[in-house]
Write a new protein. Structure first.
Length: 180
């Protein structure tokens, strides 16, 4: 490895930092290239049109969360529950509803303190763009994620995102500009 001309490419600045701390890669060139997406599909759609297409309420604020495997601890589904319950207790119960998409509805789907809508697995990009456009905010409570594509997709649809300062989220969310 010592004599090989190697350049590492990553789509997360935290991975650049990890490579620079690695005994194997710290002397190597590391480049950052953000993952791309099709902006002909992921673009803002009228919120009213999106909500009607997905049979979602038009008179509530909608919080969207999604992951292929909701029970994957790194996706933060277990962290979302107490945060939403606290929001509900602060007087938002009748103003907000939760929309969730994912591969399989958990058997013990929790009570978040809000009415919730299960969209299931979204099988195409157009339906996913509708879900992002229908929401008022997309939440990405991951504690570990290289560079969540869902955040890039939501923002391309004009939906602000909320997440922890962890993994690749700071590469995508600029605090108070396109999310929190």
């Amino acid at each position: 490895w010592r004599d090989i001309d190697l350049t590492l490419v990553t789509h997360g600045s935290w991975l650049i930092d990890a490579a620079k701390q690695s005994s194997l890669f710290r002397q190597r060139r590391v480049e950052f290239i953000m993952s791309g997406l099709d902006t002909d599909v992921y673009k803002p759609i009228s919120q009213e049109v999106a909500r009607c297409a997905l049979n979602l309420p038009t008179d509530k604020k909608l919080i969207l969360f999604g992951a292929l495997h909701l029970d994957e601890p790194n996706k933060g589904f277990q962290l979302l529950r107490p945060a939403l319950q606290q929001l509900s207790e602060q007087g938002w119960r009748d103003k907000v509803e939760l929309v969730v998409f994912g591969g399989r509805r958990p058997d013990d789907f929790p009570d978040f303190g809000f009415a919730s809508h299960w969209l299931g697995k979204l099988h195409d990009d157009t339906t996913l763009a509708l879900a992002y456009s229908a929401a008022d905010v997309f939440t990405a409570p991951s504690m570990q994620d290289v560079g969540p594509q869902t955040v890039a997709e939501a923002m391309a649809c004009g939906t602000p995102c909320v997440g922890f300062r962890a993994g690749g989220l700071p590469d995508r969310i600029t605090h108070k500009e396109n999310g929190y």
